[in-house]
Design a protein around this ligand. Sequence first.
Ligand code: COS
Length: 386
Amino acid sequence: MSLDPETLAQFLDTLDRFVRERLVPHEAQVADADAIPPAVIQEIRDMGLFGLSIPEEFGGLGLTMAEEVQAAFVLGQTSPVFRSLVGTNNGIGSQGIIIDGTPEQKAKYLPKLASGEMIASFALTEPDAGSDAGSLRTSAAKDGDLYVLNGTKRYITNAPHAGLFTVFARTDPSSKNSSGVTAFLVEAGTPGLSLGVRDKKMGQKGSHTCDVILENCRVSASAIIGGPARENQGFKTAMKVLDRGRLHISAVCVGAAERLIRDALAYAMERKQFGEPIAEKQLIQAMLADSRAEAYAARCMIEETARRKDAGQNVSTEAACSKMFASEMVGRVADRAVQIHGGAGYMAEYAVERFYRDVRLFRIYEGTTQIQQILIARNMMKAAAQ
Ligand code: COS
């Protein structure tokens, strides 16, 4: 369902004020403490940000993809860890249930995910299965009506806080590729599910990842996303979820780029060298202008792809194009923002130093740039062969 334009504009305006007045002032403290203060998490809940993309009937805001990317453009303008906190509930942690879940699974989990009462994580990656996600080794052996899960999932975002995990495991031991994989909903506290120590990361301090370890963890067939009939169909669920997730991440990249450009422009207009603000220097202007044009290009392609997705078109290629272009773009913009700041850009006192490290992740997770290239080229060849 789509919001009327006035309601959407009001929501985006409120979100923009919340980002500038409540989140931006907490950025440095969150990075230093490696944690978001509980009071801020509560404000994020009260704003409804955990349920942006969850249908209204389950307590979410039910934004369309076109609306969700507008929200992500705004939310992206502050430290990515705030977005990451709500990111799994809106994206990879809930979309499997929304797209392929049974009515019972939707009714049981979506209201709690929409309110932020429960955090959801997406457990696909393993120590030996990253880009080649279809080769995952976590096993789900059938034992009567139950499945016994064994394996380790790696770098799982929000796992230390999650109440629900979408665990991808191999139900067909004779398969070696994506064809024998099933998606299970496993609740935290299920015997046999435990967590590793928190990972120490390059950036995004305040967002937490860790291993999820499954040792003889028993779940019933009703835990399969979509029910028993969707056994061995889990990889397709993962790919559909990632199509949407990649578009959302692209929009976050644009938000971050626009923030970096704002900071770099403000610094360049303030900082004087050779007797004038450095913004008057044409080499600085070139960096600002290139950044502005590239961020605008990414914004346009994301808006167009989101519109096409809402119209029911297959946007696998366009979502991959958006993820590749936007994540690489924000990397270049962050690099220029540091360069424009000069020595100051290398100092933790300025936000660009932190953003430079934080945005590095965008080129890696939810599919590396190289995986997006493979997806795009493969789809081009498929279309040409038809
Ligand atoms: N929507 C629906 N179905 C899809 C799909 C999509 N977007 N993409 C693929 N599928 C289907 C395919 O049609 C195929 O089904 P059939 O066997 O019935 O034809 C099946 O899923 C397997 O697809 P494919 O053959 O393309 O699988 P591969 O093992 O070759 O893997 C890549 C493809 C490399 C693209 C995949 O492993 C991938 O995305 N890797 C990156 C993983 C990732 O993003 N990890 C980040 C961690 S999560 S934050």
